[in-house]
Design a protein around this ligand. Structure first.
Ligand SMILES: Cc1cc2nc3c(=O)[nH]c(=O)nc-3n(C[C@H](O)[C@H](O)[C@H](O)COP(=O)(O)OP(=O)(O)OC[C@H]3O[C@@H](n4cnc5c(N)ncnc54)[C@H](O)[C@@H]3O)c2cc1C
Ligand SMILES: Cc1ncc(C[n+]2csc(CCOP(=O)(O)OP(=O)(O)O)c2C)c(N)n1
Ligand SMILES: [Mg+2]
Length: 570
């Protein structure tokens, strides 16, 4: 049967299991919108195309499936660039569909023509221009497969207007992609495997570095079995948080620049690192010349190009994390690691930074209070979507995630403005989840227009603005490294609660610690979204901190006054 290009597109998306598309229309994609209106697909009208890409990304991260964003040619497509790069850096499977001018006009600087496949070449896993209706089904099927195969990532499909105006036979079977199967097979020889097993079975001070790849692999169960068998303590990357419950005694917490002090110390003292689905980002390693010098290293990683990229390793098991751990399980020895675990426990007691909560209420509201109260009141069961900055690090330190895919954050690109739209995407992926945005006063102002999307779509998301009156993370660097010269970091903001009201969302300003928990409780009980303007201490900093490029061993610790360090969890 002959269908129009847009009908083929909509039918293909439906067959691929798509329910929601986040997008914004105009001429070069209008035939698709016309078909969308007649399809069962739900289109979410965003307020900015960057928001569409973050929503698709949030959807993908919360669901484990593929998120879909749509935009017109020219400015619509270029507005997507930041969101595509965000997805690329965090290996998130997003498919972006853009309209393009007619193929005869390509290269003529036609109205709203831009070479979006050229622009996005380095920030997509794959991109393609489709100029014939008969090629649409195959292009879309390939896009989905590539986006979510091996190491996931964004794919862009640019469809010319004439392809949207033409008709073609819809041959779904004939459009089957001729690509390798979904799961990349393990790709190492027996000698490499044996070396890894030997290292695992002989290590005295091993530590697992758990990354996002564990969740992308869906390997949480076998990962837990592996930990139970080997008794090896686990450190998490920012993006690995959630792959193993925070409450488990073997979960030590986050590593790296703002990781726990004991984790960084344990890494520096370890004799074996087992890196699983993580890519040794510079935020994780600090100065490579001094990184884990005493440790042999095993890297379990699906993307061969990550092997020996930053950190040379002794055994590289290239393949899917779940499959590789399944192969390792029967051959690793059951271990105790008693002395090593006891030593780490001592490190925890000595250098714990769980300081602020144990301070008596001194009239100041700290971001840590707010995040800790959100954690308690949501019973650690919310999906928290964070933006980028100090609040992001405090969230990682003070919200204890028990479940996979419950922290959604932009790690690699560190995109301010990510949180609010990504949370909208997450809510569509998990409509029953308690979704919270934790965002700075700076980042919120970058994409706050998406409040209107929340209202138009009638969804419930609670928003906690950690309002410190500064581009706080930048201010912190100015405090520590530029003699407190606060250039371009003090930040004027609107009255956020009044702003929320103007959008039709309940807004509340909170500046006292005693008000935080009851307000969170009320927001959870309500059917509506609530936006909180939490007025927190302005010049608080995130500790510990490894300065950019410094050794993990050189952590800047919280000055003892006025906040005292103690290991007590209240
Ligand atoms: C302000 C700021 C501060 C930060 N501070 C810190 C910090 O203190 N500590 C920290 O950890 N991070 C920090 N980050 C985040 C950091 O920049 C990186 O984004 C993060 O460390 C990357 O974590 P990852 O390697 O687990 O995830 P990703 O970058 O997503 O990498 C995942 C890896 O898993 C692999 N993979 C994918 N699928 C599979 C599979 N099926 N099987 C096996 N492997 C697979 C991928 O190929 C990739 O190599 C910070 C970010 C910001 C913005
Ligand atoms: C789009 C973008 N621009 C600039 C930066 C650099 N940057 C990182 S954190 C930060 C400050 C964030 O301020 P705010 O949103 O108020 O959060 P806070 O650090 O105060 O919690 C800036 C400017 C970025 N990450 N993303
Ligand atoms: Mg701020």
């Amino acid at each position: 049967m002959k269908l129009t290009g847009p009908q083929i597109l909509c039918d293909s998306l439906t067959k691929l299991g798509v329910h929601h598309i986040f997008g914004y229309p105009r001429g070069a994609i209008l035939p698709v919108y016309d078909a969308l209106g007649k399809s069962k697909l739900h289109h979410v009208l965003v307020r900015h195309e960057q928001g569409a890409t973050h929503m698709a990304d949030g959807y993908a991260r919360a669901s484990g499936g593929v998120g879909v964003a749509m935009a017109t040619s020219g400015p619509g497509a270029t507005n997507m660039v930041t969101g595509i790069a965000t997805a690329m850096l965090d290996s998130s499977p997003v498919v972006c569909i853009t309209g393009q001018v007619s193929s005869k006009l390509l290269g003529s600087d036609a109205f709203q023509e831009i070479d979006i496949t050229g622009i996005t070449m380095p920030i997509t896993k794959h991109n393609v221009i489709v100029s014939r209706a008969e090629d649409i089904a195959r292009a879309v099927r390939e896009a989905f497969l590539i986006a979510n195969t091996g190491r996931p990532g964004p794919v862009l499909v640019d469809i010319t207007k004439d392809a949207q105006q033409a008709t073609a036979e819809f041959d779904w079977e004939g459009a089957e992609p001729k690509l390798p199967p979904k799961r990349v097979r393990v790709n190492y020889d027996q000698a490499e495997f044996d070396r890894a097993v030997e290292l695992l079975n002989s290590a005295k001070r091993p530590i697992i570095l758990a990354g996002r790849g564990i969740m992308l692999s869906g390997a949480m169960r076998v990962f837990e079995k592996f930990i139970r068998t080997t008794n090896i303590p686990v450190a998490m990357t920012l993006l690995g948080i959630g792959c193993f419950p925070a409450s488990d005694p073997l979960n030590l917490g986050m590593m790296g620049m703002h990781g726990e002090a004991w984790v960084n110390t344990a890494i520096q003292e370890a004799d074996l690192l087992i890196a699983i689905g993580m890519r040794f980002d510079d935020r994780v390693t600090g100065d490579l010349r001094t990184y884990a010098k005493n440790a042999r290293k095993i890297h379990i990683e699906v993307d061969r190009s990550e092997i020996n990229k930053n950190v040379p390793v002794d055994a590289a098991l290239v393949g899917d994390a779940g499959e590789t751990l399944t192969k390792l399980l029967p051959v690793v020895h059951v271990r105790e690691h008693g002395d090593w675990l006891a030593h780490i426990k001592e490190l925890q007691g000595d250098s714990a930074v769980r300081d602020i909560q144990s301070l008596p209420d001194n009239g100041h509201l700290y971001a840590a209070h707010v995040i800790n109260d959100i954690w308690k009141e949501t019973h650690g069961d919310a999906i928290v979507v964070t933006d980028v900055g100090q609040h992001q690090m405090w969230e990682a330190q003070y919200y204890h995630h028990e479940k996979p895919r419950s922290l959604i954050t932009s790690g690699g690109l560190g995109t301010m403005g990510f949180a609010l739209p990504a949370a909208i995407g997450a809510k569509f992926a998990r409509p029953d989840a308690d979704v919270w945005v934790v965002v700075g006063d700076g980042g919120f102002q970058m994409t706050m227009c998406e409040l209107a999307t929340i209202v138009q779509e009638k969804i419930k998301i609670n928003i906690a603005i950690i309002n410190n009156g500064f581009l706080g993370m930048v201010r912190q660097w100015q405090e520590l490294f530029y003699d407190k010269r606060y250039v371009a970091t003090p930040l004027v903001a609107p009255d956020f609660a009044a702003l929320a009201n103007a959008f039709g969302i309940r807004g509340e300003r909170i500046s006292r610690r005693s008000e935080v928990a009851p307000a969170i409780r009320a927001a959870r009980a309500s059917n509506e979204s609530t936006l909180f303007d939490f007025r927190v201490e302005q010049e608080d900093s995130v500790y510990p901190m490894v300065a950019a490029g410094a050794s993990l061993s050189d952590m800047i610790r919280r000055p003892s006054s006025p906040l005292v360090e103690t290991a007590i969890e209240p």
